[in-house]
Design a protein around this ligand. Structure first.
Ligand code: SF4
Length: 500
């Protein structure tokens, strides 16, 4: 599809591209030239400082013609950063409405491009009544009622499980990244390195991580900052040996302040091929009972195609092993739209999930992330179309509803199939508090370990700043002393006017 755009300043070109891609595969966009194209979209700005924006779409293909306009006058000052943002949103609004009419495809998230829709709703509800917030989501962002209801359900659930969500900014949560996995999955962009033959690099990395935990714990104790939740991710934190895990948790319990106050410790054990009786015993010893075992799919050919070298049976077997050994809060991840998968395969995944009934189920929609093997070789991987993805999404929401799970967090990604979302569902009182805290950005999350990202949330201004540890174990080993102190300095900065 070739589309000619007229009447727009070049600062809007990237937005236009992003909106176009929601509707068309590999579109060709031409700005302000006299060329032949399948569609011609002309923007019209009427007025001087406060202007009315409208646009028309003419299709050369089927001779159709559509109009759209923004319902209120807008200020066109592009030098003001905030106003420029608003203007981009207005241009998106007008353009999206045209493409929705022309294609007859409704974008469920409208013009909302952010990855945290529920954060927006939390903000709105702190400033206006619910009805007004919902009306704005519908009228200003063109979000469908179905998605607004989903957002509201999630916000309600989050406030029920973390009633002090808006006040936890004086505490922090901790993310610990272990960058190793048995093999690398095709869709993966996490810092994950195949562990085999890398013992030297594992040893070096763990030495740095122990240091980070000890120094961070010392600082938190000195400054009397409490920890709300701790999350081990990666990679796969259970790829290291049982002895290495034991020693890491020993350091954590010895170093961090008030471990009895920590509301949740999660360890991802995503790859079933890393789970052993010894490692489960270590988790039990340290009272860690929230783990994640991720099937992604229950179709063997799919696992092979995406580079996960474990069997469906192994996932089920390891689930029961963990259950028998006392793990009573198990999360499982499924991915909608894996290569070669459609409604039939997803139904099979739901049937298998029903036999296990994990405490929580996170349903991801496949996203083509730029750096993954899958994106680099996109033509090799055949994925379901928009309608089928939407149907599978609906199946997951109906299935979870029937089985007593409720949605409790959601996030969106760029290049996600069908422009949809990832949703975490949980049985009552089994929600992951860490997942809520990271999505809603209500407190600082300090990242330790390889590739771990820290997000500093100023308790007063709510301003967010970020810091990332190196992704490569080698670079991490060379820099962990400086990065640890850099992060602690930043923590000191944001707390200097608060609890200190
Ligand atoms: S298990 Fe997770 S972190 Fe490891 S390679 Fe696969 S997707 Fe990446």
């Amino acid at each position: 599809m070739k589309i000619l755009i007229k009447g727009l300043n070049e600062i809007f070109e990237r937005n236009i591209e992003a909106v176009t891609k929601l509707f068309f595969e590999e579109p060709i966009l031409v700005f302000d030239k006299d060329e032949q194209a399948d569609l011609k979209v002309s923007f019209d700005w009427q007025g001087e400082k406060e202007v009315n924006l409208s646009a028309v779409l003419d299709s050369q293909l089927d001779k159709k013609h559509f109009n759209s306009e923004y319902p209120a006058p807008i200020n066109v000052d592009i030098d003001d950063k905030e106003n420029r943002k608003r203007l981009k949103h207005v241009v998106n609004f007008v353009y999206l409405k045209l493409l929705q009419q022309y294609t007859n495809v409704t974008q469920p998230w409208g013009t909302l491009t952010g990855i945290r829709p529920t954060k927006l709703l939390h903000q709105m509800l702190q400033n206006m009544p619910l009805e007004q917030a919902h009306r704005q989501l519908k009228d200003n962002y063109l979000i469908t009622n179905e998605k607004i209801n989903l957002m509201q359900k999630i916000v309600d659930r989050q406030l029920a499980v973390i009633p002090d969500l808006y006040e936890v900014s004086n505490e922090i949560s901790i993310y610990i990244g272990i960058p190793f996995c048995p093999t690398k999955c095709a869709y993966c962009t996490f810092p994950a390195y195949a562990i085999n033959g890398r013992q030297g690099s594992v040893d070096g990395f763990l030495a740095g991580l122990h240091y980070e935990i000890e120094e961070t714990g010392k600082w938190l104790k000195e400054n009397n900052i409490k920890i709300t939740t701790i999350y081990f991710g990666g990679g796969t934190p259970t790829s290291i040996s049982a002895v290495e895990m034991d020693s890491l948790y020993e350091t954590m319990y010895r170093s961090f302040p008030h471990m009895e106050h920590v509301r949740e410790v999660t360890v991802e054990a995503g790859r079933p091929d890393t789970i052993t009786t010894d490692k489960l015993n270590v988790l039990k010893k340290w009272n860690i009972d929230r783990i994640s075992i991720n099937p992604q799919s229950y179709t063997q050919e799919t696992l092979k195609a995406i580079g996960r070298h474990h069997t469906v049976e192994e996932t089920i077997e390891k689930f029961w092993l963990a259950r028998e050994m006392g793990m009573n809060n198990i999360n499982m991840d499924l991915i909608i739209g894996l290569p070669g998968e459609g409604v039939e395969e997803f139904e099979n995944s739901l049937i298998e999930t029903e036999k296990l009934m994990p405490e929580s189920l996170t349903v991801h929609t496949l996203s083509f992330k730029r750096a993954s093997e899958m994106t680099k070789n996109k033509e090799k991987y055949k994925v379901a179309d928009r309608d089928e993805i939407t149907e599978m999404m609906k199946m997951s929401s109906d299935w979870t509803d029937e089985k007593g799970y409720a949605p409790y967090y959601l996030y969106r990604q760029k290049n996600i199939l069908g422009n949809l979302e990832n949703v975490g569902y949980a049985l009552p009182q089994q929600e992951s508090l860490y997942n809520i805290l990271i999505m809603e950005e209500q407190q600082t999350i300090l990242g330790l370990g390889c590739g771990a990202a820290s997000k500093f949330v100023d308790p007063t201004t709510r301003k967010i700043t970020r810091f990332a540890n190196p992704k490569e174990p080698k670079a991490y080993n060379e820099t962990f002393i400086e990065t640890t102190h850099e992060k602690l300095n930043r923590l000191a900065q944001i707390y200097k006017n608060n609890t200190l």
